[in-house]
Design a protein around this ligand. Structure first.
Ligand code: SAM
Length: 286
């Protein structure tokens, strides 16, 4: 098969299939030949390892993953790409394409059915309009996997990889840190895609925590506390938590005191352990 990162090859394959790009599905295909081999090399695939890809497009990353791993299962929403993938992946017998919405897929069931006991990792160039929902869907599913390596917009990567309790941190930084440790691998310029998006991208790796770094009595409550605190991040915690959780401000002040956190702090000053302390104190309230 001709090189799938070569622009004229891509154009000829796509025109043969009468394919036009859908902006609303985040279809920016990689044309920089160095990116996919690097992602595949860093994501943890190898002999005896399976990999899940989300959004294979025309299969440029899928080919690299298929070469290095024992099995690739790729979930693609756009059914117009199925005949394209059939052609571009014809040399591999270890790739399965599932035509579905990644946000609706039960990945635990997929892993059980497709990989059995094989170790599995996730590697994908994500559609940017659903970056956070896809990552949270994968993490909340508590999959038996070691890591998730994904390309996302550079700004999103910086937010995800920020250290909690710094100005760059946000609700997604803290939420992800409950499930995984995030690492920035490398950046990718906008010119590496066809069509070129307006912003640069970056590849990040989330290494899944074997056990959560904090103990909480109620995970759903922890995430509500994080969301509420950051929803009005310029406000003090006493105000943002009172508004977000709909609890009287005087009661929130008592909860913060019990948790050892000054009530005039703002969300960006808190570590995951502080959010856990608030969550546990809230649970114990009369
Ligand atoms: N992997 C290819 C590459 O690197 O060139 C394509 C990446 S492109 C940024 C994102 C891909 O995700 C597209 O193929 C798009 O059709 C697909 N996609 C969009 N929304 C999806 C969803 N909800 N579930 C699964 N795939 C989706």
């Amino acid at each position: 098969m001709e090189k799938l990162s070569n622009i004229s090859n891509i154009k000829s394959i796509l025109s043969r299939h009468g394919f036009t790009f859908s902006k609303s599905l985040g279809q920016n295909f990689l044309i920089n030949p160095s990116v996919c081999p690097r992602m595949a090399a860093e994501c943890g695939v190898g002999e005896g390892v399976g990999v899940i890809e989300i959004g294979p497009g025309i299969g440029v990353l899928t080919c690299e993953l298929a070469r290095l791993s024992s099995k690739v299962v790729a979930v693609e929403l756009d059914k117009r790409l199925l005949p394209v993938l059939e052609e571009t992946l014809s040399e591999f017998n270890n790739v399965k394409i599932i035509n579905d919405d990644a946000l609706k897929v039960d990945f635990n069931e997929l892993i059980r059915d497709e990989f059995g006991d094989m170790p599995v990792c996730v590697c994908a160039n994500l559609p940017y309009y659903i970056t956070s929902p896809v990552i949270m869907h994968l993490l909340e599913s508590k999959l038996n996997i070691d890591s998730i390596t994904v390309m996302v917009q550079k700004e999103a990567a910086q937010r995800i990889c920020a250290k909690p309790a710094t100005r760059q941190s946000s609700s997604i930084t803290v939420a992800i840190s409950y499930y995984a440790s995030a690492q920035m691998l490398f950046t990718v310029s906008s010119g590496s895609f066809m069509p070129a998006p307006k912003v640069d991208s970056a590849v990040i790796k989330l290494t899944i925590n074997k056990t959560p770094p904090v103990e909480v009595c109620d995970e759903a409550l922890l995430f509500r506390v994080i969301q509420s605190a950051f929803a009005q991040r310029r406000k003090t915690l006493a105000n943002s938590l009172s508004a977000g959780l709909q609890i009287d401000k005087s009661e929130i002040s008592g909860i913060l005191k019990k948790s050892g956190i000054p009530e005039n702090y703002r969300a960006e000053q808190l570590a995951l352990s502080d959010f856990a302390a608030i969550c546990n104190a809230l649970r114990g309230r009369a």
